[in-house]
Design a protein around this ligand. Structure first.
Ligand code: NCD
Length: 309
């Protein structure tokens, strides 16, 4: 594959099938190397900057954990309010500034295209940790790694994506990766929150089979995997619309009982009410394993963009 050294990670569509194989292998090697150890020394002396202009628990902490497990250091800006963005500094100027301190940066920002703006201005690799309702490519890679580990293969997959397909950046990135493996896709959402037309038509153009439906049970019974998502309340301009669509899709013990087959359940988290806590002990509930896999994927990505793998 083309090396990731010095590259930005901005969009799910930037990866080839071969790239994904290499990233999975690298993550899996780190997972093995780390067994029985607190940390490695591969990135000793390197510094990661994390810039989060939107809330985050997993993405920021797993990047910071990944960097520290590789022996590197972290500087962090945890909120827009506590940074010069509050004084009106542009994303480009912030990215130029951070390039003077760190060797790689991870950015999350509410505007689509903001990570690309940062990457154009920065002189170090920029990793998109979510640009509004746009993309979230590192989440998609950890989702793929999880699917690979749970199933043992990425071949012959049928996936149901459920919830806010309009605003969910994780699904926007994940469909790009799944399309490389010719997965069949069920898009399950309220009509208001359907997958954007430009994404479905782009996927169909690549020969991907897509079924759009509002019936989660029908889709789940035809799938190997359910990818559940949160309704992205923060993206609604009209909160009465949110009230209208929330709570429509819920996986609970009763749903599992009525399901005709065992499925793997993923969720990028955080969940609100779309997966009942009682589902966590179901063997197919993989969302906390998915969280853990995020650390190994992010170790792989940091080592690769810094030219150490
Ligand atoms: C997701 C996000 O921020 O897009 N969270 C995450 O990174 N794991 C999903 C969400 O917020 O619903």
């Amino acid at each position: 594959m083309a090396s990731l050294k010095g590259k930005d990670i901005l969009h799910g569509n930037q990866f080839s099938k071969k790239d994904i194989d290499v990233i999975i292998k690298t993550a899996s090697n780190f997972e093995k190397e780390l067994k029985g150890k607190d940390s490695l020394t591969l990135l000793r002396g390197k510094i990661l900057a994390t810039l989060f202009f939107e809330p985050s628990t997993r993405t920021r902490l797993s990047f910071e954990t990944a960097m520290q497990r590789l022996g590197g250091g972290v500087v962090s800006m945890a909120s827009a309010e506590s940074s010069s963005a509050a004084k009106g500094e542009t994303v480009a100027d912030t990215a130029k500034t951070v390039s003077q301190y760190a060797d790689v940066m991870v950015i999350r920002h509410p505007r689509i295209g903001s990570a690309k703006e940062a990457a154009d201005a920065a002189s170090i690799p920029v990793i998109n940790a979510g640009d509004g309702a746009g993309q979230h490519p590192t989440q998609a890679l950890l989702d793929i790694y999880t699917i690979y580990k749970e199933r043992g293969s990425l071949k012959n997959l049928t996936v149901s994506m459920v919830g806010d397909l309009k605003n969910g950046r994780t699904v926007h990135a994940l469909v790009e990766l799944l399309s490389l493996f010719e997965a069949r896709l069920y898009f399950v959402s309220p009509d208001l929150l359907r997958m954007p037309e430009e994404i479905t038509s782009h996927l169909k153009g690549k020969g991907i089979e897509i079924v759009e439906t509002e019936d989660m049970m029908e889709a789940a019974n035809a799938s190997d995997l359910i990818y559940m998502t949160r309704i992205q309340k923060e993206r609604f301009t009209d909160l009465s619309e949110y009230e209208r669509v929330k709570g429509q899709y819920i996986i609970n013990e009763d749903f599992l009982k009525r399901l005709k087959k065992k499925v793997i359940i993923l969720h990028p988290l955080p969940r609100v009410d779309e997966i009942a806590p009682g589902v966590d002990s179901y063997p197919g509930a993989a969302y906390f394993r998915q969280v853990r896999n995020g650390v190994f994927i992010r170790m792989a990505l940091l080592a690769m963009v810094l030219g150490k793998r």
